[in-house]
Design a protein around this ligand. Structure first.
Ligand code: SF4
Ligand code: SF4
Length: 378
């Protein structure tokens, strides 16, 4: 079946509930959302709640956007469950803490159930290029439909995190590092994410780009006002629109490139159909790219030069030791088990480091920098 290419991009200057709901209601109407959400359906809303973080840090989907989506789905006659597996262990207590801190707990007042069932099952991916089976959290497996409600962010490993990358949060807790180990290189990891997205097949994707994250996302960057909400029936089309907004080459967003290679998405945003405004109207000219972007040229070098160039140019995680509190979250999330806590400080053994930046992503104090050799700095 052909993937839709219609995308809605609309102005939304602030997180005011009535305004956000009105914008999304119009986008849902234009996208004919009632063709995919029908009365009586069990719908799982998949927000981005990557880590314990407040909405003003811009690492998580803003609760006003989640609440507005829940309210619209309820109005369409669906029952709604919020389903997310953040980084770290997948436990009810961690989920409760994250629902509270992110503000997502407010979705209960709009009729959503906050999932606390920390079981999972197997999802087959028959169309996959690389990974034909995934462990996926139960509420997403059991839902009649999935609505992806993500945040627009840069991503040190994948380039950008929006609708497609958000679905990596369907893999339960500490099984995510296992996938990093199986697919340590950026390109296969992106292919695996596209496999997962294709298997989960969200029927609607909403992107919170009122305030995005620029720089070293998905948790260590800075908030950047964009003033837009996006929606599409295709997670690939909406991600392609997002690359226009943040000035990123779509080919350098690994999951998106894999989606383009398998014909799920046009190669250029010029081939999308804009149902509201074109994404170019919201383009932020000086949107800060992640530090890791500079290493992307490696994949274009001759194969024999790539290992050496990668060693020299791929940035490494560096801990600002004086500020480290020794909490161990980085060690817990490291797929290579290459971080130890000594004298209440984290220490990285670089011999086995695959530069996945999970430690950077999960550090609650943001004291892990992404640094490249001075030769490769701007
Ligand atoms: S997660 Fe951050 S603060 Fe905690 S031990 Fe690691 S580097 Fe230190
Ligand atoms: S030290 Fe950090 S970047 Fe290196 S493998 Fe571990 S989590 Fe990934």
């Amino acid at each position: 079946m052909r993937e839709p290419v219609e995308v809605c991009v609309s102005a939304c200057e602030a997180y005011e509930y009535e305004k956000v709901r009105a914008v999304l209601a119009e986008q849902f109407r234009l996208l004919k959302a009632d063709e995919v959400i029908r009365p009586g359906m069990r719908v799982a809303v998949k927000p981005n709640l990557v880590t314990r973080s407040t909405p003003d840090e811009s690492a998580v989907t803003h609760p006003v956007v989640i609440c507005a989506v829940v309210s619209l789905l309820k109005e369409m006659g669906a029952s709604v469950v919020i389903a997310e597996s953040p980084g770290g262990p997948y436990t009810p207590s961690l989920l409760k803490g994250i629902y509270e801190q992110s503000g997502c707990a407010q979705a209960e007042q709009y009729g959503a159930e906050l999932n606390l069932d920390c079981t999972w099952g197997e999802l087959k991916a028959p169309e996959a290029r690389l990974c034909r089976s995934f462990s996926v959290i139960t509420p997403l497996l059991e839902a009649d439909a999935i609505v992806d409600v993500c945040k627009l962010k840069t991503h040190c490993m994948m380039g950008m995190s929006a609708a497609v990358k958000n679905l990596f949060g369907s893999v339960p807790g500490l099984m995510k590092p296992e996938l990093h180990c199986r697919f340590p290189e950026k390109e296969p990891f992106g292919t695996m994410i596209a496999d997962l997205c294709q298997a989960l097949h969200p029927v609607l994707s909403v992107v919170d780009a009122v305030t995005a994250m620029e720089g070293n996302g998905p948790t260590g960057g800075q908030p950047r006002h964009v003033g837009a909400l996006l929606a599409s029936r295709s997670p690939y089309a909406v991600d392609l629109a997002c690359t226009t907004i943040i000035g990123m080459d779509p080919e350098s967003v690994y999951p998106l490139r894999s989606a383009m290679d398998r014909g799920l998405c046009p190669r250029t945003a010029d081939d999308l159909v804009w149902l509201c405004e074109p994404a170019s109207q919201f383009a932020v000219a000086d949107f800060l790219q992640p530090e890791s972007k500079s290493a992307d040229f490696i994949t274009r070098l001759p194969k024999f030069l790539q290992p050496l160039a990668a060693r020299l140019a791929t940035p490494s995680p560096k801990i600002r030791t004086a500020e480290c509190i020794g909490c161990g979250k980085c060690a817990e999330s490291c797929p290579q088990h290459t971080i130890t806590i000594r004298n209440r400080k984290a220490v990285i053994d670089y011999t086995n480091c695959i530069r996945c930046y999970c430690c950077h992503e999960m550090c609650p104090k943001h004291v892990i920098d992404i640094r490249r050799l001075s030769l490769f700095r701007h």
